[in-house]
Design a protein around this ligand. Structure first.
Ligand SMILES: NC(=O)c1ccc[n+]([C@@H]2O[C@H](COP(=O)([O-])OP(=O)(O)OC[C@H]3O[C@@H](n4cnc5c(N)ncnc54)[C@H](OP(=O)(O)O)[C@@H]3O)[C@@H](O)[C@H]2O)c1
Length: 248
């Protein structure tokens, strides 16, 4: 159990985009937040910017595709804090070319996409779970996407039913797999205080979309932050966007 008077969070892929904003919002709520990224300079720069605004943010290098980096980061969090209350698995890539047919997307992109979006998330979670078990109220937030939803993908009235969003099969399938991982881990941890949930942030104006989207970055970060700060009577194994359940 934590003997420290503050909560500790770690956010992956937090040097830019929604990850940085999730770190900013969590720190703004008084959570000691470990802002991680794979590029040391970008990670330090993002943390310095937030710290200069008075926020309790600490940089830490973490490349979620590298086992050595993951284990070094977990050891560092253990030595700094002894436990972890909140893990936000935010880092992901979208490398497929818009407009290409699913049958034409190179297999190498499938492999790279799954390496980061699924296997990286699983390995990070496995490495940090012993520290999360030491929290009295652990929370794991897996950043998914509406493109994970097979119901949405199959609905002709959905925006996902379009050449643009049907040209990201590896990205979409990796996020469907994130949802499946979420349900499995939530089941394993069902008798513990740890809650594991998947979130759809919303279509948000970040680099991943080349600035396109319906939401500004603070709005896109908000669902992840609310699930990170979930009460003890909140759900586990859910898939949500702004408090609403998203169909699998
Ligand atoms: N934007 C949207 O509309 C939208 C919609 C649904 C879901 N999402 C999800 O929301 C999350 C955040 O997306 P975003 O739009 O903020 O994307 P973004 O601006 O492209 O940021 C992605 C972040 O992930 C990091 N990352 C990539 N590979 C990594 C690795 N191996 N190790 C550590 N960090 C790595 C990037 O770091 P570098 O700077 O080093 O590349 C960057 O910090 C993602 O999970 C995304 O799939 C986004």
């Amino acid at each position: 159990m934590s003997r420290q008077p503050f909560k500790v969070a770690l956010v992956t892929g937090a040097n830019r985009g929604m990850g940085r904003e999730i770190a900013r919002q969590l720190a703004g709520k008084g959570v000691r937040t470990v802002l991680t990224g794979r590029d040391p300079e970008a990670t330090a720069g993002a943390a310095t910017e937030l710290r200069s605004a008075g926020l309790g943010v600490e940089p830490l290098v973490l490349d979620i595709t590298r086992t050595d980096s993951i284990h070094a980061a977990a050891a560092e969090v253990e030595s700094r804090f002894g436990h972890l209350d909140i893990l936000v698995n935010n880092a992901a890539i979208r490398i497929e070319e818009y407009g290409r047919h699913p049958s034409e997307q190179p297999l190498q992109q499938w492999r790279e996409t799954f390496e980061t979006n699924l296997f990286g998330m699983v390995e990070v979670t496995q490495a940090f779970l012993p520290l999360i078990r030491k929290s009295p109220a652990g929370r794991i937030v897996n950043v998914s996407s509406l493109l994970a939803s097979l119901t949405t993908h199959s609905d002709p009235s959905s925006y996902a039913y379009s050449p643009m969003f049907k040209s990201l099969p590896a990205y979409s399938a990796s996020k469907s797999a994130v949802n499946s991982w979420t349900v499995h881990l939530a089941y394993e941890l069902r008798e513990t205080p740890i809650k594991v949930n998947a979130v759809h942030p919303g279509y948000t104006k970040t680099d991943m979309n080349e600035g396109a989207g319906d939401l500004e970055i603070p709005e896109g970060a908000a669902t992840s932050v609310s699930m990170a700060l979930l009460d003890d009577d909140g759900p586990s194994g859910s898939y949500v966007h702004r408090g609403e359940t998203v169909p699998w």
